[in-house]
Design a protein around this ligand. Structure first.
Ligand SMILES: [Zn+2]
Length: 222
């Protein structure tokens, strides 16, 4: 009834959405700039993480800049309670990476967790919604294998060194034996310095016997 009276509109252009779409029309979804990093093992994200943690492969799917539509969508999914945005962008990402063969060999998706206070305030963890969307688009299972034992301080106005200090030791593993020997794809919304991803990967590598790690972020700066 509500949908009949107020058909859902595309968040970017305002046009009415076809069935099965929650947030973006096909045109706007297709128009968002992809990085193409999954085709380049030595991409900017992989280079940013190289030497800091051992990992199999890394990609960030959409190109992030303050003016990019993906920046507005990430803002909506973080601060306006729009978990559907995260889910839909995740599904798109999962479908495209699965079609490109980039997910072959991955066993499980693990979202970077939020501290429970933040989780409670926000109502959901955007990385977890992303992971669920990616799972829907790719058929891979999601495992909440990490928890945050304290909040990350706001990371926007601190130096790279300070960020690394802020996130050191903030994660703990959950049921690490369940993931033994698996190839884990660590999921987060956006990568800037990579400090949070490095801390999360370090925790998994130390706790999970025989784990292999790859990394996927929804968006990435150049
Ligand atoms: Zn649109």
């Amino acid at each position: 009834m509500l949908e009949f009276l107020f058909p859902p509109a595309c968040l970017l252009c305002g046009s009415a959405l076809p069935r099965g779409r929650d947030c973006l029309c096909p045109l706007c979804a297709a128009g968002m700039q992809r990085t193409g990093y999954h085709r380049d093992p030595d991409n900017a994200l992989a280079m940013r993480l190289a030497g800091r943690i051992p990992f199999d492969r890394a990609t960030g799917h959409f190109l992030y800049s303050p003016e990019a539509p993906v920046a507005m969508l990430i803002h909506d999914m973080k601060y306006r309670g729009m978990h559907r945005v995260a889910h839909e962008l995740g599904r798109l990402t999962g479908e495209e990476l699965a079609a490109a063969g980039w997910l072959v060999g991955i066993d499980v998706l693990v979202p970077v967790p939020l501290h429970w206070i933040k989780h409670m305030r926000r109502g959901y963890n955007q990385a977890e919604e992303l992971a669920r969307g990616i799972g829907e688009g790719s058929g891979l299972p999601v495992e909440r294998a990490l928890r945050a034992i304290r909040g990350h301080k706001s990371q926007t106005r601190v130096s790279r060194e300070q960020r690394a200090v802020n996130v050191r030791g903030i994660f703990r593993p959950r049921h690490p034996d369940r993931l033994a020997g698996r190839h884990i794809l660590l999921i987060d919304d956006v990568c800037t310095t990579g400090a949070t991803l490095v801390a999360a990967a370090e925790t998994l590598l130390a706790a999970v016997p025989g784990a292999r790690i790859s990394i996927l972020t929804l968006a990435c700066t150049v």
